[in-house]
Design a protein around this ligand. Structure first.
Ligand code: LLP
Length: 418
């Protein structure tokens, strides 16, 4: 959880008053601090690259805003993309194809062809997919994704590396898959795995690296193929709750590097999404109503799970503050809930906050990863605006949707128009 300053009781982000941002751009609005983004990128790059030559493939599923992609392109990041939409977003943001690695699951021929035509390397998820790609271009740059039988994650829903998960080629079949790749004419460049997202155990990264180094060495000794890179995926967690500790990146990197030493691996690839963007962004949301029930008190705001689904979907915790009475004594317990017509719609439960009034501005922290990216139009609510702040200046980086935008792709058959 990032520390924020205040001025005359108003929370500040990137040198800007949160109440001024809310007045100027409306609410709900997600506000990203550009300096924090650059800092996070540099911190994770340095932690790993100081210990082993490392390429960062930012997992852009966390946040594909073009301005955020531009900043990371400037910083020298590369990309983990999972769909043609993400590939196109990154190309548009200025990434050259070699800086993108496409890692899809359940990949259609049409999507794979589109990715291949854009000369973006493909990380193959199954032997079947590899055969289909060979039919298109057996010289296309590929790597293979293994299911390492090492899983982690903040929720069962995001564990990807455990045995039986739908991702990758089972570890027992991976050597045969490389042999087949070579037979088909490919020259595989790397090996990939991803254990899961937001786990908090640093030892997992060492374990998965160990499994992968063993596979790397078998590929070299049994097939005579020397891969260029090992990609251990993303999953570096951040502390969302105040009592959680920050993940010691230096320790994680040292653990991973110790397993790679002397292995012949030239480049380590990591795919952090959350670590780079999560704490760069806050959600500002206005209090529409305050309600006391015999059981609990509610602060009812203008953002619900249409805007931030993580609490409702994963029971995730995001810190909340009253931005216009920042640092005041917290003496009332609230559930913070939104305008969606389901009782599962909430942003925070049982939080002690200063007494809240209609018109107050609440700030929900750490929404930069999987915040906007997972937002929806449920209940026909337009998606929120996004703003970038730097040195006391704010720029709109995504317009708030309008109700009319939601009609854009709908067609009403002539017979229903009368
Ligand atoms: N690489 C691969 C292949 C992935 O599938 C993912 C995330 C990442 C990298 C990045 O993981 P990260 O460093 O961000 O943990 N919506 C969920 C998270 C889903 C992550 C899916 N895959 C959430 O809001 O927590």
């Amino acid at each position: 959880m990032r520390e924020f300053q205040s001025k005359k009781d108003v929370m500040i982000i990137g040198g800007m008053s949160t109440t001024k941002i809310a007045e100027r751009f409306g609410t709900p609005v997600m506000v990203t601090d550009e300096s924090a983004l650059r800092e996070n990128y540099r911190a994770i790059y340095k932690a790993f690259n100081d210990k082993f030559p490392t390429r960062i493939n930012y997992a852009c599923k966390a946040n594909t805003n073009l301005s955020i992609l531009r900043i990371l392109e400037q910083e020298g990041s590369c990309i983990d993309a999972v769909s043609i939409g993400e590939v196109e977003s990154c190309l548009r943001a200025g990434f050259v194809p070699e800086r993108i690695l496409y890692t899809g699951v359940s990949v259609s021929d049409a999507e794979m062809r589109a990715v291949a035509e854009r000369r973006v390397p493909i990380n193959v998820d199954s032997v079947n997919q590899m055969h289909r790609l060979a039919g298109m271009n057996p010289k296309h740059p590929i790597s293979l994704r293994v299911n390492p039988d090492v899983g982690s994650g903040h929720s069962q829903k995001v564990v990807t590396g455990a045995k039986g998960a739908k991702f990758g080629i089972p570890k027992e079949e991976i050597i045969a898959a490389y042999a087949e790749a070579i037979e088909l004419g490919f020259l595989p460049r790397g090996l990939h795995a991803h254990t899961g997202s937001g786990g908090r155990d640093p030892a997992v990264f060492g374990r998965v690296t160990e499994v992968m180094v063993e596979i790397f060495e078998r590929i070299r000794s049994e097939l005579g193929l020397k891969l260029e890179f090992l990609d251990i995926g993303g999953g570096m967690g951040i502390p969302y709750r105040p009592e959680e500790e920050i993940m010691d990146l230096d320790a994680v990197a040292a653990e991973v590097a110790s397993k790679l030493k002397g292995s012949g691996v030239r480049t380590l690839v990591i795919e952090p999404g959350r670590y780079i963007v999560a704490d760069t962004t806050v959600l500002l949301t206005k209090v529409n109503d305050v309600k006391s029930t015999p059981v609990r008190d509610y602060a009812l705001v203008d953002a619900g799970f249409n805007t931030l689904i993580r609490p409702a979907f994963y029971d995730s915790y995001h810190p909340v503050a009253v931005a216009n009475r920042f640092g005041h004594a917290a003496d009332v317990k609230y559930d913070v809930a939104g305008p969606i017509c389901e009782s599962g719609d909430y942003l925070a439960k049982e939080r002690m906050l200063p007494r809240v009034q209609v018109g107050d501005l609440l700030c929900v922290y750490d929404v930069g990863a999987y915040g906007f990216a997972m937002s929806s139009n449920y209940n026909s609510r337009p998606r929120c605006a996004e703003v970038l702040v730097l040195d006391g200046k704010a720029s709109l980086i995504r317009e708030r949707e309008k109700v009319s935008d939601m009609f854009r792709h709908q067609k009403v058959p002539a017979r229903l128009r009368e």
